[in-house]
Design a protein around this ligand. Structure first.
Ligand SMILES: [Zn+2]
Length: 252
């Protein structure tokens, strides 16, 4: 049995039998993986605290015959994002990012860009300068990398290019904006101002290393918060548990 080694982030970890753990990872080279860590609760040497959720590790594992579960062999912590745990809101956001990855990514489908996105935003979440709009940028980029990029350049109905002066609405089912000529004063969808559309267009294309230069206005924060999480739930066709927790905290 060949041993594999890959960078990975722990999404979920649960106790299994007396000493074992069942762990779900998002790995750079193998996509989402589930595996059993035999004796994890006994062997601090092999796993240490590397199987805690939201830890970035180098994971070594073996494939198991006739099983989709892998056998975990060893892990080394690369980054544990300790400051996320200082703040209940950050924990809520981190759980949201994990749930999004878990729901949007299929098992064994590697997506290196998505892995880079995930660790970039866990890193931002760990920083004191973290801002809510980083979550919106993560959602936008996740949607694009998963093939569900929302359209903010032209009206989904008449295909007219967006006029930044006017108000638009966002249609979840059409996956993009509807111009004021097409919605004709009806209030079917959440509204998006020209300013919000501009910043969302920038957020879709900005280099990841430059996202800290992007600042949303309070209006853009509010409008995009009403759209992007709902758009993701619309595609998943199910509610996200971590979003309810954020709502409970008074955000989202
Ligand atoms: Zn239109």
């Amino acid at each position: 049995m060949p041993q594999h080694k890959t960078p990975a982030v722990v999404l979920y970890s649960m106790d299994l039998a007396e000493w074992d753990k069942l762990v779900t990872f998002f790995s750079r080279d193998f996509g989402k993986l589930k595996g059993v860590a035999k004796g994890a609760k006994r062997s601090r040497k092999r796993f240490g605290s590397g199987l805690e959720p939201l830890t970035c590790i180098t994971l070594s594992f073996f494939e198991k015959e006739r099983s989709s579960l892998v056998r975990l062999n060893h892990c080394e912590i690369v980054e544990s994002y300790p400051h996320i745990h200082d703040d209940v809101l950050k924990v809520g956001y981190a759980n949201y990012l994990s749930e999004l990855i878990n729901e949007m990514v299929a098992e064994r489908e590697a997506n290196k860009e998505l892995f880079k996105l995930f660790i970039t935003f866990l890193h931002l979440l760990n920083e004191p300068y973290f801002r809510e709009e980083f979550i919106r940028i993560f959602e936008l980029r996740l949607l694009s990398l998963s093939g569900y990029q929302p359209e903010f350049m032209e009206c989904m109905n008449c295909r007219k290019e967006v006029n930044g002066e006017k108000e638009h609405q966002f249609s979840l089912s059409r996956g993009g904006i509807i111009c004021s000529d097409c919605f004709k004063g009806s209030r079917n969808y959440p509204a998006l101002s020209g300013g919000t559309i501009k910043i969302l267009q920038r957020a879709q294309t900005i280099e990841l290393k430059k996202v800290t230069r992007l600042f949303f206005s309070p209006q853009a924060r509010e409008e995009s918060r009403k759209i992007l999480p709902r758009f993701i739930e619309y595609h998943l066709e199910k509610p996200l548990k971590s979003l309810r927790f954020l709502e409970h905290l008074g955000v989202n």
